[in-house]
Design a protein around this ligand. Structure first.
Ligand SMILES: [Fe+2]
Ligand SMILES: [Fe+2]
Length: 170
């Protein structure tokens, strides 16, 4: 059985993953408003990833005989100054998520909960990817800042992203 403290901590993380989904869906909407279908797509893929993260934690709690209790999801920001500002916000947000995942891992270690720790290993690796991909986009957007056609090229790259649910994910 899942320790009650661990159960509570994962429940809080489920809410954060759902908030993340909400945040990226909000960004997707602003990209649509800007006429950047690629950015809209990229953020929508990220939205799907976050739903997947929430579902993964959800399934794990149930599998361990725990109880998921859903809470209200905070309202995300709705307007950013630029595509770069959106990706900077995404990067900042993912940094916070990484810290929360690390706290969960610390708790799992404290409780000697090896099963949870193993699930968290997947998330720890995923966070490296999350931060790297947001950072990559920030760098590219800074590079093209004043170049005509630059945003258009970046939008084409953002359009290519597809959601593929990880098969080997626990
Ligand atoms: Fe996530
Ligand atoms: Fe990811």
């Amino acid at each position: 059985m899942l320790d009650k403290r661990m159960e509570q901590a994962i429940n809080a993380q489920i809410n954060r993953e759902l908030f993340s989904a909400y945040l990226y869906l909000s960004m997707s909407s602003q990209f649509a408003e800007l006429g950047m279908a690629g950015g809209q797509n990229w953020m929508h893929v990220q939205f799907q990833e976050e739903l997947f993260h929430a579902q993964k934690f959800f399934d794990y709690v149930i599998e361990r005989g725990g109880r998921v209790r859903l809470e209200a999801i905070d309202r995300p920001e709705q307007d950013w100054d630029s595509p770069l500002a959106m990706f900077e916000a995404a990067l900042g947000h993912e940094g916070k998520v990484t810290a929360w995942i690390n706290e969960l891992a610390d708790l799992a270690l404290e409780l000697r909960d090896h099963a949870t720790l193993q699930v968290l290993q997947w998330f720890i690796a995923e966070q490296v990817e999350e931060e790297a991909s947001a950072d990559d986009m920030c760098r590219k957007l800074r590079l093209v800042k004043d170049a005509p056609g630059g945003l258009y090229e970046i939008d084409k790259e953002l359009a290519a992203r597809v959601f593929t649910p990880p098969v080997a994910a626990q």
